[in-house]
Design a protein around this ligand. Structure first.
Ligand SMILES: NC(=O)c1ccc[n+]([C@@H]2O[C@H](COP(=O)([O-])OP(=O)(O)OC[C@H]3O[C@@H](n4cnc5c(N)ncnc54)[C@H](O)[C@@H]3O)[C@@H](O)[C@H]2O)c1
Length: 261
């Protein structure tokens, strides 16, 4: 039997993807639907959710949910809505993140922007993952969670609310992986590079720093996301961070060697 023929079990698996209205979250949610997995598309924008579910290959498997995940009560409402729509959620992807603006540097970012960035990335990620894990443990079912972190979990971005939220998420992945492993619930991080998606206003000149020679696209993230999420392909993988950046993070003060071609 081919290793890649059954990454998911559509009869039993169901997914919840936050930030599924746009960019990387949408690409992953639509790829899950493409594998026959019933998936909740959660996002703060009704318009984006509607477009993302409608343009899925099998819209009947895509369940829309709209709410502001900066609010704790919205996280509770999302868990209840996912229970009602899907029964047991077995796969969770946390991609929602507020927009980042270059003007919000350390001397400028206001308290509200700081709090919202942490609330959506870190607080919502924790409460949703824990809520889903408790349900999986009670049902004695395996599960898999994937958090969209960033290269800026480990290196500054001139946006301290963003880098600190991502650094917190990177540690949350390790905490949850260690705690939940004995219940067969895996927790990993996906670390995108410069992806011209929506959350990052990409300057095309950045491509010269990327060994693979181009900016990433949201669809570049989906194959690795599904591989890590899959309990058959990645059964022994937890607490890990998968960098999908075309080699961007290899950039330093040395230029690559000039090659005679
Ligand atoms: N694009 C990149 O280059 C890049 C690089 C590193 C990490 N990431 C991370 O990947 C994830 C996706 O990035 P993207 O570029 O696809 O972003 P995006 O802005 O295109 O999509 C994020 C989605 O989250 C939703 N969202 C924002 N606030 C929300 C809230 N309060 N409640 C619910 N939904 C909310 C937005 O409506 C949007 O649809 C983010 O976590 C981001 O930090 C992206």
């Amino acid at each position: 039997m081919s290793l890649f023929s059954t990454p998911f079990d559509p009869a039993r698996d169901a997914a919840l993807v936050t930030g599924a209205g746009n960019g990387i979250g949408r690409a992953i949610a639509q790829a899950l639907v493409g594998e026959g997995v019933r998936t909740v598309f959660a996002d703060v924008s009704a318009e984006r959710v509607s477009a993302a579910t409608r343009t899925s290959t099998r819209p009947e498997l895509a369940v829309p949910w709209v709410g502001d995940l900066a609010k704790p009560e919205a996280c509770d409402a999302l868990l209840a809505a996912a229970d009602a729509a899907l029964g047991q959620v077995t796969h969770f992807v946390h991609s929602a993140s507020p927009p980042r603006r270059e003007a919000d540097h350390a001397l400028a970012v206001d308290r509200r922007t700081w709090q919202e960035m942490h609330a959506v990335n870190l607080d919502a990620g924790f409460h949703l993952a824990r809520g889903l894990a408790k349900r999986l443990i009670a049902a004695k079912r395996p599960g898999s969670c994937l958090f969209l972190t960033s290269l800026h979990a480990g290196t500054p971005r001139n946006l301290p609310h963003y880098s600190t939220a991502k650094a917190g998420m990177a540690m949350l992945v390790k905490e949850l992986a260690k705690t939940l492993g004995r219940h067969d619930i895996r927790v990993n991080a996906l670390v995108p590079g410069a992806i011209a998606a929506g959350g990052f206003v990409a300057d095309a000149s950045l491509a010269k720093h990327i060994p693979l020679g181009r900016l990433g696209e949201a669809k570049d993230l989906a194959p690795m996301a599904l591989t890590v999420l899959s309990n058959t392909l990645s059964a022994y993988v937890t607490g890990a961070a998968f960098v999908v950046d075309g080699g961007l993070s290899l950039t330093n003060w040395f230029e690559p060697p000039a090659l005679d071609e």
